[in-house]
Design a protein around this ligand. Structure first.
Ligand SMILES: Cc1cc2nc3c(=O)[nH]c(=O)nc-3n(C[C@H](O)[C@H](O)[C@H](O)COP(=O)(O)O)c2cc1C
Length: 215
């Protein structure tokens, strides 16, 4: 698939068929992640392939996005704690570069993927996957065969509206900070809720997400 076509036609996929994915394709996807740029060329990522239903259920029960359960598999992306530049969180940027490579490759192979950071607290993920302290969970990538081809997503702004030269010179409407702070507050509370309570509000969250993100 031509690169520009892959970039423009890739969409987040959250509904998958039951068809399982061949290990050779999973390896191709991870290899694409491994060829991403990384800060100081550290290449300190690791990829945990998750196919086990029980583990997926545990992730959801501990506060992960309900979609994790419905995807045939996922890949948990980790990065070793080797950052010298916490100001710019370079290890997250390196992992993010790998994840985008993976999503584009999955798309080019006829698979669908979705970047997920609605995950249980890192402490819980460390327990579930026995992750040592010197590795950080960064994000999870859902993978599977899409049930329907995704429709293209229009861009909110024109490319020229995103460019200014030499100085910050943009027309923009400031995002209401109060709204963001409220959302952050509820997110924090959500993470601290016991799993039994999280289970009660899952159906609501699921309904909201499906409505918001239906492809
Ligand atoms: C850093 C990051 C975190 C994301 N986390 C989630 C998530 O937790 N759950 C989810 O359903 N989608 C998640 N997404 C996917 C976005 O919702 C999606 O990319 C966005 O709605 C644009 O849609 P598109 O990918 O189809 O263009 C995430 C994307 C990024 C880049």
């Amino acid at each position: 698939m031509e690169l520009n076509e892959a970039i423009k036609n890739r969409r987040s996929i959250r509904k998958f068929s039951n068809q399982s994915i061949d290990n050779s394709l999973i390896e191709k996807i991870i290899e694409a992640g491994h060829w991403a740029p990384s800060h100081c060329n550290t290449q300190a990522w690791r990829f945990i392939v998750v196919k086990n239903e029980q583990i997926k259920k545990e992730m959801v029960a501990a506060g992960g996005a309900p979609t994790i359960k419905y995807a045939p598999m996922g890949i948990l992306v980790l990065y070793e704690d080797v950052s010298e530049n916490l100001e710019y969180q370079d290890y997250i940027q390196s992992a993010a570069a790998a994840i985008q490579n993976m999503l584009l490759t999955a798309h080019s192979l006829g698979l669908g993927g979705c970047w997920i950071c609605h995950l249980p607290p890192k402490k819980t993920l460390r327990k579930i996957f026995s992750i040592p302290k010197n590795f950080n969970p960064i994000a999870y990538v859902l993978l599977g065969y899409p049930v329907q081809p995704p429709a293209p997503a229009p861009r909110k702004l024109k490319t020229l509206e995103l460019i200014s030269y030499n100085q910050f010179n943009f027309n923009f409407k400031k995002t209401a900070q109060a709204k963001i702070k409220i959302k952050r507050f509820f997110k924090k509370i959500y993470y601290f809720l016991p799993n039994s309570v999280k289970k009660l509000i899952f159906p609501l969250i699921n309904k909201f997400l499906i409505k918001k993100f239906t492809n």
